[in-house]
Design a protein around this ligand. Structure first.
Ligand SMILES: [Zn+2]
Length: 212
């Protein structure tokens, strides 16, 4: 079991981005995080903790909804900052928005979800029977969904707080890197499927369970 990440560690990591205005590795400035932290710090923290501990998608989404309500008030609908063509609702952002849909299309094939459309309900329906599976492809699919929701949400916030815009290709790369980093922290049985998956994803340095 991985040690639980503390709230302070997450806050420190967010604020330690070199320089005041220079964007960090994921393109966020510390100014962005400082602004965001005051409004939603606790929720960010809980969502990140949960995501990195368990890859728990619904928890992350629940936090995102709470965040939404805090920032805008529950009745207040605003225009989607990713496509500027629709109201920003939960269903729209994940992933019916044309921007989110592009991101989803770029990542879903990496985990065998090509046939799963961009509708959140369809994605959840696909995930539920696979929710407890320890197979590497199933673990990766849960991580891809959580990281996609989180990555799109962060892009939306970068636009909201910093007026910064990145293309879907860049977000999809960040999502896949996030999943890669997370997968390296797990242990898997060294079978052929695991080996071919790691090769497809160009992941080195995974620790394997001893064959029992
Ligand atoms: Zn949109």
């Amino acid at each position: 079991m991985v040690r639980r990440v503390t709230e302070d560690e997450i806050k420190d990591a967010m604020f330690s981005i070199a320089g005041n205005k220079a964007p960090g590795p994921d393109g966020y400035t510390s100014v962005f995080f400082k602004k965001a932290w005051d409004v939603v710090g606790k929720d960010v923290c809980l969502a990140i903790q949960e995501f990195f501990q368990n890859g728990n998608v619904t928890f992350v989404l629940d936090r995102i909804l709470q965040w939404n309500r805090k920032v805008h008030g529950s009745m207040n609908q605003m225009c989607c900052l990713l496509c500027y063509a629709n109201l920003e609702t939960h269903e729209h952002l994940f992933f019916q928005c044309s921007y989110s849909d592009k991101v989803w299309n770029l990542v879903r094939s990496k985990v065998g979800m090509n046939m799963v459309d961009e509708r959140w309900d369809d994605i959840v329906e696909w995930l539920i029977p696979r929710a407890k599976s320890r197979a590497i492809r199933m673990v990766a699919s849960r991580l891809v969904v959580a990281a996609s929701a989180y990555g799109i949400w962060r892009e939306r916030n970068a636009r909201f707080f910093s007026n910064r815009v990145r293309p879907p290709e860049q977000i999809s790369e960040i999502i896949l890197d996030t999943v890669r980093t997370k997968l390296i922290s797990f242990k898997f049985k060294a079978n052929n499927d695991v080996r071919s998956f790691l090769e497809e994803w160009k992941i080195d340095g995974v620790e394997f369970f001893n064959e029992d």
